[in-house]
Design a protein around this ligand. Structure first.
Ligand code: FES
Length: 252
């Protein structure tokens, strides 16, 4: 008579049968996110060198009360909660930082701490992750401002031109837009909970949109990383030019 296979019990923390270096991506994510958080926190609190000519750092856009009439701190602190909330609640980043910072679990098929009872995202504070959709809506408003900034970056003292900063701002907002369009929530909004597009109102356009978003969605992780790096580098470039450390090269 065939013997039933025993169901493996919970593994000890860090225990795995995986022969590969599973800890490398976890460590890389930890280092990369830590570096970004340290830089972004410094840049947001610094409150200076965020603007030069037609260039505005994306960390400070939209620029609110730059002359400190009623807000005594860095203008970035008035707005950063929204892009931050969008990234923190992003489905991809959740996976990344649950693994890299909470080691819960450290990687796929690697033992985690069995002391806590798993509640998923149904209890405070992680239930707040469900706000992601609303951060997405606000994120689109921010994108309008960032596209406006990229447009303004083509005008130097009233004359049209192109500098290195113009291209950087344009590249940055393009990537941020692609990242937002590849969002799982947005894809769900368009095509989720539908068994039959042709039976639904506006089914044809919804199906077309859902297919396009699905193409972007397949590479959501890639766009999440590239856009994170470019938004940091864009702030850094504006900062270098505004502080006089480098001169913006005019191309046209
Ligand atoms: Fe990542 Fe929405 S799931 S931005």
């Amino acid at each position: 008579m065939a013997q039933a296979e025993a169901i493996p019990g919970p593994r000890r923390f860090g225990k795995t049968a995986r022969p590969d270096a599973w800890w490398v991506p976890t460590l890389a994510v930890f280092l990369a996110l830590s570096a970004f958080v340290v830089y972004a926190t410094w840049a947001a609190f610094q409150g200076d060198h965020y603007e030069w000519g037609p260039y505005l750092s994306p960390f400070y856009s939209p620029l609110i009360d730059p002359h400190h009439r009623w807000w005594p701190f860095s203008p970035a602190l008035l707005i950063l909660i929204w892009p931050l909330g969008f990234r923190v609640t992003c489905y991809y980043y959740r996976k990344a930082y649950y693994r890299a910072f909470f080691l819960d679990p450290p990687a796929c098929a690697v033992g985690e701490s069995g002391k806590r009872r798993y509640k998923g995202e149904t209890a405070f504070p992680f239930v707040l992750q469900n706000l992601h959709r609303y951060f997405l809506y606000v994120g689109f408003i921010f994108l309008i401002f960032l596209w406006r900034d990229a447009f303004r970056a083509f005008f130097f003292a009233g004359r049209m031109g192109v500098g290195v900063g113009t291209l950087i701002l344009l590249f940055n907002v393009t990537l941020l837009t692609v990242y937002a369009l590849s969002c799982h929530s947005l894809r769900h909004l368009l095509g989720g909970r539908l068994d039959c597009f042709s039976c639904a109102a506006l089914g044809g356009p919804r199906y077309t949109g859902w297919r396009w978003l699905s193409v972007l969605n397949e590479r959501h992780m890639l766009y999440a990383w590239i856009s994170l790096i470019t938004v940091g580098l864009t702030d850094f470039y504006v900062r270098l030019v505004a502080s006089g450390a480098v001169r913006d090269l005019r191309l046209l």
